[in-house]
Write a protein that binds this ligand. Structure first.
Ligand SMILES: Cc1ncc(COP(=O)(O)O)c(C=O)c1O
Length: 417
């Protein structure tokens, strides 16, 4: 099979970029690592690891509270990372950027802090059948707790949310929240959110964008998206685990109750009354994930130096290559849209072979993929399967890894022949 050329001058050079990632220096089961599980979590470049290390070695102290120089340096590190995150999503202000553990915590924050005070009987929360559980379960739980309706837009033949349901929903409900992902973690679909955002705003509903899977792969702009909240996770975009961010419109964040209570999020505490702090601190109780935030800032520097447009183009190319090569494997079912409409994610099943068996045998070939429901059980139900295999790609993925996957699948078929 012919090679895909992904490393011309105008394109990202994935072969060269791999040298930034120490993980690829190892072999697994005597084979080079074909790491095809970046949608679950990405690998880490030296530049990001060194930035975190430098912070620990030269600038570490608890932030915001200290008056000594070292604490000020640590605070500067954290706040610089906040500014990098703000610019990365084109948010109007750093006050609107809240550092949290991950996208899940960010989405829970909105569901609890906004939902508990704004949802009630007769109201509806609308999500889609394609949501990750992180943008599904918190809304289902809070809607139920508040006596509101929880509605799920089913997907149509092409795998997109079926918008023909919107008219009926608007007729029968007061829609207060529309929450959906920008990129699906199991099908890879890049959604055109414009019609849903416009519809949400026509209903006077808030629009919550789960960008956990979009942020690693494409340029984000919360103002152009016209959403009200947006959640990202650092570990999926070359940053460390333990750091994510929520962006929210200042006026909404200001009107909300805090999510977690304790140190740092207050302006004054008396026996009879506690006053909340200013944004973003009101939502950042306790000691901040300081080094992790610095790591996220360095990851953003790294991605932007490569260029998000180049990363996106590289993934489209890999997706096209993977769809072509995987399509040759007998008994394979491929899920999801055409390569131009997807980020670097390809879900598939091999006839008669459970995904867990596929993934285990592939591991012996040095190929790491994910097998399971990908935290998308409603979607699996729709597809009529319990699980799928999922190969996912990133800026460091090379076509040879996809070749290794395809060869591995032939080996799997042999075992089960
Ligand atoms: C689309 C999507 N949303 C949310 C999440 C949750 O991210 P985290 O586990 O980092 O909170 C994931 C993680 O896989 C995801 O793919």
């Amino acid at each position: 099979m012919g090679n895909v050329v992904v490393n011309t001058a105008t394109k990202l050079d994935a072969h060269a970029l791999r040298a930034d990632f120490p993980i690829f220096e190892q072999e697994f089961h005597g084979k080079p690592l074909a790491f095809l599980d970046s949608a679950a979590s990405s690998q880490k470049p030296r530049q990001m690891l060194e930035a975190m290390n430098r912070f620990y070695e030269t600038s570490y102290a608890n932030v915001h509270r200290g008056v000594y120089e070292l604490a000020e340096r640590a605070t500067e590190g954290l706040e610089h990372a906040r500014e990098r995150t703000r610019a990365f999503i084109n948010a109007p202000s750093t006050r609107e950027v809240i550092f949290l553990r991950n996208a899940t915590e960010a989405l829970n924050l909105v569901a609890y802090s906004w939902g508990l005070n704004n949802l009630g009987p007769g109201d509806a929360v609308v999500v889609t059948e394609l949501e990750h559980h992180s943008n599904f379960v918190p809304w289902q739980y809070i809607a139920k707790r508040q006596g509101a309706d929880f509605l799920m837009l089913s997907i149509d033949e092409s795998g997109d949310p079926d918008l023909s349901q919107l008219e009926e929903i608007a007729r029968d409900h007061t829609v207060k929240v529309v929450a959906t992902n920008l990129v699906s973690n199991s099908l890879g679909t890049i959604h055109d959110l414009v019609p849903l955002v416009e519809w949400a705003h026509e209903q006077n509903a808030i629009f919550v964008c789960d960008a956990a899977q979009a942020a690693p792969h494409m340029k984000l702009d919360v103002q152009a998206l016209d959403c009200d909240f947006l959640a990202i996770s650092g570990h999926k975009m070359c940053g460390p685990s333990g750091i994510g961010a929520l962006w929210g419109r200042a006026e909404l964040l200001q009107s909300m109750e805090p999510f977690l209570l304790g140190g740092h999020m207050i302006s004054s505490v008396r026996a009879d009354k506690t006053m909340w702090g200013e944004l973003p601190h009101k939502f950042e109780a306790g000691t901040a994930p300081m080094a992790e935030a610095v790591g996220l800032g360095a990851a953003i520097d790294y991605l932007e130096a490569i260029g998000l447009d180049k990363i996106e183009a590289h993934e489209h190319e890999l997706a096209a290559y993977a769809l072509g090569r995987l399509g040759e494997v007998p008994g394979i079912t491929l899920y999801g849209p055409s390569a131009e409409r997807r980020a670097g994610v390809v879900s598939f099943n091999l006839e008669g072979i459970h995904p867990h068996d596929v993934a285990q045998i592939l591991d012996l070939q040095g190929v790491a993929i994910r097998a399971g429901h990908h935290c998308c059980q409603p979607l699996m139900h729709k597809l009529g399967v319990a699980a799928t295999n999922r190969a996912s790609f990133y800026l460091y993925t090379i076509p040879e890894e996809i070749d290794q996957l395809v060869e591995g699948l032939y080996a799997v078929r042999k075992v089960f022949a």
